[in-house]
Design a protein around this ligand. Structure first.
Ligand SMILES: [Zn+2]
Length: 398
């Protein structure tokens, strides 16, 4: 982080108990003196707020750390066992359900396939039943403080429903919260899959303040992280990268109903279709199978994935010039062939983007690799349930 960025971030720091909790949670300040320095509060005022957080069981003592003055002092950390969140990641043909502690650590998870095109009324009760069993087996009676869920495509977080998913036919406008009420009264937060991936990255790399988080799976999506915050856009459709029209896809029909979308040349579903056309005998059905082939050294699979990267580069270059991120993070099923995909992206991104915007730009695999979708849903719930205003509310109610 540059000194200028640091100053902007510090200016945004509040002084409530919730703000202090956020500083500890993001590891930006973990000792009493660091908290006083970051907030401008007196040590007495810091102590009063920490007492409230410790009394609620939200913080606990961490290891001794040596400060810049050389004196060891006690650090604070989030009490991982002060509650749990339920994570539900729903994809085209697979769903994952997890129970996570307050640091995002997984206590248990289940992953299962479902029939493509399953309606919400059929799939949601199955998912809720599995989540209920998983909670009984792993949560040891701890309170569920939130439920984080992701769907592919655009979502309406207020109504908790899909609003534009070419992947889940029949789901648009169907309220999902009533199904989840079987799990209790914990609030539900819905994001799209690329947002969830961005939440996972922030949880795994809190130092990353500006990033483009690419979800490269069956479909394509982009999570936009600016100054540590995820941008959703006016209608929640920010980062719908896959459905940008690009010249090399001209005339190719997309699953969204349009033609010429980037997904038709770089989305996992299109790569699988290309492979099936050339090698019908291989019977490839899912992008994970294509990634497996690439990992075993199959030249054609590697070529398809590298080409997808080459197609992605120029579109990502626009994002790089607009946001000047320090990293592009790649997640989704294609992260299994990260080196091949990133190689293709590098070839076309760097020549197309500005010199200053790419000077320190890194392309990184997602911290949580194939588990990122689930961790992202947990992080989505944690980022809301543990947000400063939510913590302040708990302190006020005490
Ligand atoms: Zn499209």
């Amino acid at each position: 982080m540059t000194s200028e960025n640091r100053r902007t971030a510090d200016e945004a720091v509040g002084t409530s108990a919730g703000a202090l909790f956020e500083l500890v949670r993001s590891a930006r300040a973990v000792t009493r003196s660091e908290l006083a320095l970051a907030t401008g509060l007196s040590r007495t005022a810091v102590a009063a707020r920490l007492d409230a957080l410790l009394a609620l069981g939200l913080l606990t003592a961490g290891p001794q750390v040596t400060s810049t003055g050389g004196r060891p002092s006690e650090s604070l950390r989030v009490a991982h066992d002060a509650g749990v969140v339920v994570a539900i990641a729903i994809g085209r043909s697979r769903h994952q359900i997890g129970v996570h502690d307050l640091l995002g650590g997984e206590l248990g998870s289940v992953s299962a396939e479902h029939e493509v095109g399953s309606p919400a009324a059929a799939l949601m009760p199955r998912i809720v039943a599995v989540a209920r069993d998983l909670l009984a087996a792993t949560a040891s009676g701890r309170t569920v403080v939130g439920i984080g869920m992701s769907l592919p495509g655009s979502v309406d977080p207020e109504e908790v429903c899909s609003v534009g998913s070419p992947v889940l036919p029949g789901w648009d406008g169907v309220p999902l919260e009533p199904f989840l009420r079987e799990l209790g009264t914990a609030p539900v937060w819905l994001g799209n899959d690329a947002d969830a991936l961005a939440h996972a990255e922030i949880l795994g790399r809190p130092e990353l303040r500006d990033a483009l988080v690419l979800k490269a799976s069956t479909g394509l999506g982009l999570g936009l992280v600016a100054d540590g915050r995820i941008l959703r856009g006016h209608r929640g459709a920010a980062g719908e990268l896959g459905h940008c029209r690009v010249p090399e896809a001209a005339g190719r029909a997309c699953r969204c109903g349009a033609t010429g979308c980037l997904e038709t040349v770089a989305g996992g579903w299109a790569l699988v279709a290309d492979h099936a056309e050339r090698h019908p005998e291989a019977g490839l059905r899912h992008v994970r199978e294509l990634v497996d082939l690439a990992r075993r050294g199959d030249a054609e699979a590697r070529g398809l994935i590298r080409d997808a990267g080459r197609h992605l580069g120029p579109s990502l270059a626009f994002g790089v010039n607009l946001l000047n991120p320090e990293a592009i993070v790649v997640g989704g099923d294609l992260v299994g062939a990260f080196d091949v995909l990133a190689g293709g992206i590098r070839e076309t991104l760097f020549p197309a983007a500005g010199e200053l915007a790419t000077r320190d730009l890194r392309i990184l695999p997602s911290v949580h690799r194939e588990r990122a979708g689930l961790v992202g849903c947990a992080a989505l719930a944690l980022d809301h349930a543990l947000a400063p205003h939510a913590i302040d509310l708990r302190v006020a109610r005490r």
